[in-house]
Design a protein around this ligand. Structure first.
Ligand SMILES: [Fe+2]
Length: 119
């Protein structure tokens, strides 16, 4: 049986157009204290942003050990004016891995992750 994970494209397949979402988050945070997470697609090389070819959405999920993955935020972007750099305020009670997904209407779904430790 095919799984959704099968269609997520690995970072090593990245070409000249950059699709892997870069996640900017602190390595360590305090429990219950809000911090900012920024997700950027095309940080160094801007991705095209036309009706024909653009970043359609960016999603953020979090998973702590022993818990199920939880949705944090979805950003639904339009072409032309939306810059695929989004920021969300996040609070954690325990250490978690943050997973970002992004969808390019031509090149598919890409992912990345970072660990955030709660002290
Ligand atoms: Fe693309």
């Amino acid at each position: 049986m095919a799984r959704f994970g099968d269609v997520i494209i690995a970072a090593e397949h990245e070409g000249k157009e950059k699709h892997v979402p870069q996640i900017k988050a602190p390595e360590k945070v305090a429990a219950g204290e809000a911090f900012h997470v920024q997700i950027i697609v095309g940080e160094e090389v801007h991705h095209p942003n036309t009706i024909e070819h653009h970043i359609k959405w960016i999603q953020l999920f979090a998973k702590s050990e022993g818990d199920v993955v939880k949705h944090v935020a979805t950003f639904d972007l339009g072409p032309t004016y939306a810059d695929p750099r989004v920021t969300v305020s996040v609070m954690l009670e325990q250490s978690a891995t943050l997973y970002a997904l992004e969808y390019c209407n031509i090149h598919g779904v890409w992912d990345n992750s970072v660990d955030v430790a709660v002290e």
